[in-house]
Design a protein around this ligand. Structure first.
Ligand SMILES: [Zn+2]
Length: 184
């Protein structure tokens, strides 16, 4: 049976590691597994998905969810789903036909807005795993937001040096501070 499994949360919550782990498990199970990523993600080389602990796996670069239909596999792993265009109906249709999905993506932009098609994806998923990161400010274990240090009103771009994973308290504190300093 097909199903859709999603790992989401802020930056640095380990969601890519989760799908890399599934990729390996499914390979061991003898499945035809393929890794995909959107063309906008240029953080690593264009054709690999690299986790923070340095494991890399070959990836097929796609622009649109529809492109998935051009590749035959039992199991589809997708990283950085928030940058992918298209309609999640494609994924639902493929799952109905028995395909398995393991997908990682940021749920929210740095302005706490639903990121790309992530909200649509979460609604049609069989399993949703919301992960937390260690807060870059207070070091608690409940960072659920991604914060852009530049305070610019934009979606999260490639590369993560400019971003912090923050808990609710710290996001609020930094956000207020940012508004205060903008007033001066
Ligand atoms: Zn914090």
């Amino acid at each position: 049976m097909g199903d859709i499994n999603v790992y989401s949360g802020p930056m640095k919550c380990g969601k890519t590691e989760q799908i890399l782990n599934e990729y390996k498990r499914q390979l061991i199970a003898g499945k035809n597994v393929k890794m995909f990523k959107p063309s906008i993600d240029t953080r690593a080389g264009r054709d690999v998905v690299v986790s923070r602990n340095g494991i890399d796996i070959p990836a097929i670069v796609i622009n649109n969810m529809q492109d998935l239909e051009n590749y035959d596999a039992d199991v589809y792993c997708i990283d950085e789903f928030q940058f992918l265009n298209g309609d999640v109906k494609t994924i639902e249709k493929m799952a109905d036909k028995g395909k398995k999905f393991f997908i990682a993506g940021l749920n929210l932009t740095a302005e706490k807005k639903p990121f790309g098609k992530m909200a649509d994806l979460l609604c049609i998923s069989d399993n949703v795993n919301m992960l937390t990161a260690i807060c870059d400010n207070c070091k608690c274990e409940n960072a659920v937001f991604t914060y852009y240090k530049g305070g610019k009103d934009t979606d999260i771009v490639i590369g993560d040096k400019e971003y912090l994973a923050l808990c609710r308290n710290c996001y609020d504190l930094l956000y207020k501070k940012e508004i205060e300093s903008a007033k001066k």
